[in-house]
Design a protein around this ligand. Structure first.
Ligand code: SF4
Length: 368
């Protein structure tokens, strides 16, 4: 949610929301900036200044939740960062990346020149998030493009969030360097899992997809070192036209070299950014992607490795694999076709990405 507070002309701030006096008093004791939304005014605390009496904005914010976290910009724009009712919250560290994956859902320009969130801002946001948040993701771009300062952020998270599950999305290349593995062990929150993609079973395929020479060796070396150190790992396989035939080979490689992984997620693409620009090179129909995913899932499951299928509509996947399918697309991005209205699996299905629906050529089939 994003709204404008007409009387605000102060500095950029991170603020929590209080919708009742109990939460207001709780946040006052935490000594952080927050907005108290009463019936007829929005007050900025701890200063206790009225910054809006706009009835429409008040009504909108009263539909938000206590302890939600917002960025309040100098021009009065208030944009949501953390939704206390959602399991889908994330810290966005940087848009930059040291790989340049051909099917990345972000555009080239943001990976090359995108902005960072400073470590102090990330820590300030984390100060506002309740310590009992069940799940938080740390993502980019490539979060480690921030450099070693990221460990100051991890240290803060480790000290504040004792039970929160953290999912760190990274290409894993940095963990080829021993000192990064060591510092991660020392500073990471207790309940962390690192999700790392493998795009091919060979240098040739993986590095062709990442468009980064040497990335296969670095990622494989990083995963080995992390597993040896007892870090929890999710391996991600993104199925495209470029690796469709190689996906079962990657599964074999995982069973031979990385049996200790927590689980493997096999994913259909989100066709925005570079993926959209390169769609003639990377797009394959859901049915073909699902076939590759199913073959790989069998290979992994036969060796006792847990598998999840992300971003696949149920009608593209054989029924016997439905129990592996997750509702993985966030609510603001998920779409369904007209045919879905007649589908008896509509409630259980995760749908498809908004950015992908125009490429789906009549594949969705209502299950009746
Ligand atoms: S028809 Fe629609 S709701 Fe049914 S399985 Fe396919 S995508 Fe899901």
């Amino acid at each position: 949610m994003s709204v404008k507070l007409e009387n605000y002309n102060g500095k950029y701030k991170i603020v929590s929301l209080a919708l009742n006096s109990e939460v207001r008093d709780d946040l006052l004791s935490d000594n952080i900036d927050f907005l108290y939304i009463s019936e007829n005014a929005i007050r900025l605390y701890p200063e206790d200044i009225v910054i809006s009496e706009d009835e429409k904005v008040i009504a909108k914010l009263r539909n938000a939740h206590n302890y939600d976290v917002y960025e309040l910009w100098e021009n009065g724009r208030l944009s949501e960062y953390y939704d206390d009712s959602s399991m889908d919250n994330y810290f966005f560290v940087t848009a930059k990346c040291n790989s340049n994956c051909i099917m990345c859902p972000s555009p080239d320009i943001s990976r090359q020149r995108g902005g960072n969130t400073s470590v102090n801002t990330l820590i300030e946001i984390a100060k506002h998030i309740p310590a009992d948040a069940p799940h938080l993701t740390i993502t980019g771009g490539e979060p480690f493009m921030m450099g070693p300062d990221i460990f100051r952020f991890f240290e803060f998270l480790r000290d504040k969030f004792e039970d929160t599950e953290f999912l760190l999305l990274t290409n894993g290349r940095i963990f080829a360097i021993d000192s990064y593995v060591q510092r991660f062990i020392e500073k990471a929150p207790n309940n962390s899992i690192i999700a790392i993609p493998i795009h091919g079973s060979t240098h040739a395929t993986h590095d062709m997809i990442t468009q980064a020479d040497g990335s296969f060796d670095q990622t494989i070396s990083g995963i080995k070192k992390l597993l040896k150190a007892g870090i929890h790992i999710e391996i991600r396989l993104v199925v495209s036209k470029l690796n469709e035939k190689d996906i079962p080979n990657i599964a074999h490689m995982i069973t031979e070299e990385f049996l200790e992984v927590d689980y493997v997620s096999i994913m259909a693409m989100e066709m925005t950014g570079s993926a959209r620009v390169n769609s003639n090179k990377v797009w394959i129909p859901y049915k073909d992607a699902a076939l590759a995913a199913e073959k790989a899932a069998l290979i992994l499951m036969e060796k006792g490795i847990d598998v999840k299928l992300y971003n696949f509509p149920l009608c593209a996947v054989k029924k016997e694999f439905w129990t592996l399918c997750e509702k993985s697309i966030s609510p603001d991005k998920v779409r369904f076709g007209e045919t879905c209205e007649k589908c008896k699996m509509r409630k259980a299905c995760g749908g498809i990405f908004a950015g992908t629906i125009s490429l789906e050529k009549g594949e969705l089939r209502a299950i009746v």
